[in-house]
Design a protein around this ligand. Structure first.
Ligand code: C2E
Ligand code: CA
Ligand code: CA
Length: 398
């Protein structure tokens, strides 16, 4: 607490004064305040804070948007969320912030009291320690471009099964880097590096070719299922992308209907117009479009309705443990209902437990993907997996 730097953001003068007084009482040494999200952002860009206490309902820039900026620009170590609205809404904003990598110390219904605030702030030490533990050394752009040239990047495939009957509808292709010394490096460690250092175009083109060749191999062996491929938001701004994907798919003798392109919901928030144009052109050519990681960011139903997608992938943050968390269960249920209204096929990601699987079945989510059914695997393992594990699971769960 001795060095703690905290910013209170609330449009109501009374509420703001009240929160500042509480903070002083419990001994927060460095306090600032702002009347709305835009002013808060200005202050944070000048000097970051340890904790930002945010009211959700504010004019000019509301708390949800402010939290998104704080997460993306890493302007604070953590947030505390306050609102007079119902607890389910507050909790869902909290879930989204955490999925964006911004720890939430507490989500509180107003009025806040001293004990709650003290408890919340105590969490800061814990989340800061966790953050340090999980930071891994980043790979350098040079290492990545060498790996690309040496052919050390490949794909693993994770099955997507129908919740009813456990039919193999498709697989998602996931990038893997096999380093002769370091072993397997996960995409979390190199996709962002590729994006920041101009390597994402080369990487995407290389991997899509690998995926299409693999699909062709499976086709030759008489197994047909959809292959989903992840596109970086940056690729959506590449004007040559659509024609390139279409011609490469045709060269491999693959109908576009059998390929799904996954784009994260956050990709749809920025350069919306050009991204939507790219996606619309892909849809016109017959490809499927999936909105990935839904529920981890801040896209709303109205934004989704403008995207020419046919599939909604519900993020692990909303799925994992939903069976035992009533609020999360409600949010998940509402998300499924919204997807249905928008006529989107639903896919639940990150299903790890039987209870969550049963819940998703009950909610009639169409497709299930997660460790509970299968982990991502090399291509040559997939057919064997279908014959052994999948057959066994159908007997047990079908
Ligand atoms: P994603 O597209 O959301 O992919 C799903 C991630 O969740 C994968 O992580 C997968 O291994 C993991 N996963 C699947 N089921 C479970 C589960 O039950 N529990 C848990 N805890 N995790 C599960 P992975 O392979 O590490 O990929 C991470 C992210 O990297 C992907 O998230 C995607 O955004 C990105 N990525 C992967 N391959 C590519 C690629 O070829 N191109 C681009 N642009 N991005 C890629
Ligand atoms: Ca994906
Ligand atoms: Ca995802």
């Amino acid at each position: 607490m001795s060095q703690l730097n905290l910013l209170v953001v609330d449009d109501s003068d009374t509420q703001r004064e009240y929160a500042l007084a509480l903070c002083r009482e419990i001994g927060v040494p460095r306090l600032r305040d702002a009347r709305n999200g835009a002013l808060a952002l200005e202050q944070l860009r000048q000097q970051r804070a340890d904790v930002v206490m945010v009211d959700l309902e504010m004019p000019v820039m509301d708390g949800v948007e402010l939290i998104r900026h704080i997460a993306h620009e890493t302007l604070a170590k953590a947030v505390i969320i306050l609102s007079a609205k119902d607890p389910v809404l507050i909790a869902s904003v909290g879930t989204m912030a955490e999925a964006d990598g911004l720890p939430v110390l507490g989500t509180f219904n107003k009025p806040l009291n001293q004990d709650l605030l003290r408890c919340g702030l105590k969490q800061l030490a814990r989340v800061s320690a966790e953050k340090v533990d999980t930071t891994r050394p980043e790979v350098t752009p040079n290492q990545l471009s060498n790996a690309l040239r040496a052919g050390h990047l490949s794909l693993h495939y994770q099955p997507k099964l129908t919740s009813k009957g456990l039919l193999l509808k498709g697989v998602e292709a996931l990038a893997r880097w096999h380093d002769p010394e370091k072993g397997t490096i996960s995409p979390g460690q190199f996709i962002a590096v590729a994006e920041r250092h101009g390597l994402i175009g080369t990487l995407t083109r290389h991997l899509l070719e690998v995926a299409l060749q693999q699909k062709q191999q499976w086709q030759k062996r008489g197994v047909n299922f959809n292959v989903a491929f992840n596109l970086s938001p940056l690729s959506l701004a590449d004007p040559g992308l659509v024609d390139w994907i279409a011609s490469l798919t045709a060269q491999h003798g693959i109908p576009p209907q059998e390929i799904t392109l996954e784009v994260t919901e956050n990709a749809l928030l920025g350069e919306l117009a050009s991204s939507i144009q790219t996606l619309a052109r892909l849809r016109l050519k017959g490809f499927s479009i999936a909105i990935d990681d839904y529920g981890s960011g801040f896209a709303n139903a109205q934004q989704l309705s403008r995207v020419p997608a046919n599939e909604l992938k519900i993020d692990r943050a909303l799925v994992h443990n939903a069976a035992t968390r009533p609020q999360q269960h409600t949010i998940l249920q509402n998300t499924v209902a919204m997807a249905r209204q928008l006529q989107l096929i639903t896919v639940a990601e990150g299903v790890e437990h039987r209870e969550d699987f049963e819940l998703l079945r009950q909610l009639q989510v169409e497709l299930i993907q997660g460790y509970f059914l299968a982990k991502p695997m090399p291509a040559d393992k997939l057919i064997q997996w279908m014959q052994t594990d999948l057959a066994r699971m159908r007997k047990e769960l079908g």
